[in-house]
Structures are given as structure tokens and as C-alpha cells.
Design a protein around this ligand. Structure first.
Ligand SMILES: Cc1ncc(COP(=O)(O)O)c(C=O)c1O
Length: 362
């Protein structure tokens, strides 16, 4: 037998291997309750109606799902007042990010985004054969849109603007984004990733759906994973003009969005009042957490998402370990800071207590 291994693409060496994080623990096994504040999930369980629809769909999972996601596409188009031909679905919005790279990038083309931002961008760029161009956030942890416009080259094919930005929670303002879009050549696709849009309350923050209408090079990404609470079912959608939406349908994994996800997403859109009422409660907790942290002396960038960002530099790992010992799992970015999801009140309280004690030691 030959010792030679199959030839794999060298770029894959640069893709970080998946490291599983510690899971939440309910306390049922006799151990202490552990709150997971590390993945920006919605802490509420599924709404009963949504759950029933998913359970009903499970009764026929011997069948393939609807290939075209027709009912879901129509429901999204109705809800957001866009033509159905402008909608595409994917296996989460991260799946759509990958489809966007596949639809635009040939080997060596550039994908431009702020950094630090959503960790999926470098992965989908590298896997898709593209080259990442990362533009550092400006002071205040916000996108530096002028520097991003300056970084455009004739190899740029795709730009991600993450608004609100993961992991900092900061937003770009409408006037700044419009000015940026006016500077971007019209043959470069700009993706406004609005995974957390339902948590935005700042009136100066743009709604991507208003910006895409007269801009064929703008694509809006949305997800059912966060405010809608369907993270485990894996479904997201993009809204863009027809050539882009059609390209996203072509690059989708066939049958990728399963029937449970499709049906639960339709039901979620129909239960939106109730679901978004829960978002209101989370926003109350967001204000409480942010104010308490500032009261403790932390610098917390203004967040419009369901998480807060603490820049801790070389104390990041220690802080994350202290949280874990206390019973909350947060998301460390080694050497930079931690992102902490707004979760259940009890989990938020443990986090605040830990942050207060840590602050006193700094
Ligand atoms: C900015 C941003 N975009 C996209 C995603 C992907 O979400 P999903 O694939 O669950 O829709 C995330 C998830 O954390 C995110 O933070």
C-alpha cells in the first residue's frame, strides 16, 4: 500500500480546524447549571407553534425536502415586500456566505471585509479559493469604511459589511454606508450581513433592504438563527437583484435546507409578533448588562446586537477561564477580547458578578 496521501489543496492548511467549545449544562445530571453565552443564540425555547410545525415535518423525513424552498421563498418575499425572484435560501447565512464566494470568486480574487469581524468570512474565502483582504476596525471598534473603499483593487470581487458587527456589536451609520456604496465600483458585489438586524434600535442604522432596491450590486443576508431562535435548524436567506439571487440558487447545496427548517421558518415568520416580543425582553437585558459593565468601569462599545464586547488584550484567556469557573461560557478571541451573548437573566447575572470581581483585580 502506498504511503502517499491524496493531493489536497494547500490553501486548506490555513483554515482553522474546528475546536468544539464546552456546551451548556442544565444541571439535571447533578452538576451545576452552566450558561452558554458564547454563540449569540436566542436563549428562549422554540415557540409552541413553531415546534409543532417542525415535529409534523419530522414525520416525513424519509422524503427529500422541497428542492426550491417554494413556500419559504414566497413567505419571505411577502413579508419583506420583495419579488420572489430576489430571494435565495441557504444552510444558515454562513451557507449563503459560502454560496456568495462561489458565485463571485475565481482563484486569487479578493474578498474584502473588516477585521475583526465574523469568523466565517476568512473560512469561506479560503475554502472558495479567494484571498482575504482584512481592513482593521477603526477606533471605537467600528468599520473603517473609508479604508475599506481605499483597499478595493481590480481583483476585488466581494465585500462583506457586517452590520451590526460580530463580535463588537457596533454599527455603521446610514450616511456612511451610502457614501461607501457610492464609492464601490458597480461590478463588485457588496454583502450587508444583517444577522442581528432584529436587535437594532439605533435609528441611524441603515436597513439593508432599503439600500438594495436601487443597487443591483447589493445583497442583504439575514438569518433565522438569532432573533427567530432556529439556530439548530440551519436556515438563512439572501435578498438581492435577480442575477445575484439566481447565482445563489445555483451555488446552493442541493436539498441543503431541510423540511423541518423550511416549515419552522415559515411558521416563525407567521409568529413574528410573539418572537420579536421576546427580542424586546433581551434588549432590556442588553441595556442592563451594558450599563452595569460601564458602572463597573469597563469600556463597552455601544452594541446593537445580542452580545457585548470587552477588549481585554492579554487578559482575555484569564477572563474567559474565570467566567467558565463561575458557570458561564463566553467567547474568547485570544489576545483581543471576549464576546458575551445576552442570555438568561441568571447567566447574565453570573457574568456581571465575574466581570465586577475581575475588574477590581485589573
Ligand atoms: C455576522 C454573522 N453572519 C452570519 C452568521 C451565521 O449564522 P447562521 O449560519 O446560523 O445563519 C453569524 C453567526 O454567528 C454571524 O454572526
Amino acid at each position: 500500500m502506498s504511503e502517499t496521501s491524496p493531493r489536497l489543496r494547500a490553501e486548506l492548511e490555513g483554515v482553522p480546524a474546528y475546536k468544539p467549545g464546552r456546551n451548556a449544562e442544565s444541571g439535571d445530571g447533578g452538576g451545576p447549571v452552566v450558561y452558554k453565552l458564547s454563540s449569540n443564540e436566542n436563549p428562549y425555547p422554540p415557540l409552541p407553534g413553531v415546534m409543532e410545525r417542525a415535529v409534523a415535518a419530522a414525520g416525513s423525513f424519509n422524503r427529500y425536502p422541497d428542492y426550491g424552498c417554494d413556500r419559504l421563498l414566497n413567505e419571505i418575499a411577502d413579508r419583506f415586500g420583495v419579488p420572489v425572484s430576489h430571494v435565495a435560501t441557504g444552510v444558515g447565512s454562513v451557507g449563503l456566505s459560502q454560496q456568495l464566494v462561489m458565485a463571485t470568486v475565481t482563484p486569487g480574487d479578493e474578498v474584502l471585509y473588516a477585521w475583526r469581524s465574523f469568523e466565517g468570512y476568512p473560512v469561506v474565502t479560503t475554502v472558495g479559493g479567494g484571498k482575504s483582504v482584512m481592513v482593521p476596525l477603526a477606533p471605537g471598534e467600528v468599520h473603517d469604511l473609508d479604508a475599506m473603499a481605499d483597499a478595493i483593487t481590480d481583483r476585488t470581487r466581494l465585500i462583506f459589511v457586517c452590520n451590526p458587527n460580530n463580535p463588537t456589536g457596533t454599527v455603521v451609520k446610514k450616511a456612511d454606508l451610502v457614501r461607501f456604496l457610492d464609492r464601490v465600483p458597480k461590478d463588485i458585489l457588496v454583502v450587508i450581513d444583517e444577522a442581528y438586524v432584529e436587535f437594532v434600535r439605533d435609528p441611524e442604522t441603515p436597513n439593508g433592504l432599503e439600500l438594495y432596491r436601487d443597487r443591483p450590486n447589493v445583497c442583504v443576508l439575514r438569518t433565522f438563527s438569532k432573533a427567530y431562535g432556529l439556530a439548530g435548524l440551519r436556515v438563512g436567506f439572501a435578498i438581492a437583484h435577480e442575477p445575484v439571487a439566481a447565482a445563489l440558487r445555483k451555488t446552493a447545496v442541493p436539498f441543503g435546507v431541510n423540511q423541518l427548517a423550511q416549515d419552522a421558518a415559515v411558521e416563525s415568520l407567521r409568529s413574528e409578533d410573539e418572537l420579536l416580543g421576546r427580542v424586546g425582553a433581551l434588549l432590556g437585558e442588553r441595556t442592563r448588562v451594558q450599563d452595569a459593565l460601564r458602572g463597573q468601569g469597563w469600556t463597552v462599545p455601544e452594541t446593537q446586537a445580542n452580545f457585548v464586547w470587552l477588549r481585554l488584550g492579554d487578559r482575555t484567556a484569564d477572563f474567559a477561564a474565570a467566567c467558565e469557573t463561575a458557570g458561564v461560557i463566553v467567547r474568547p478571541y485570544p489576545g483581543e477580547g471576549v464576546r458575551v451573548t445576552i442570555g438568561e437573566t441568571e447567566g447574565n447575572d453570573i457574568f456581571l458578578k465575574t466581570a465586577e470581581a475581575f475588574r477590581k483585580e485589573l
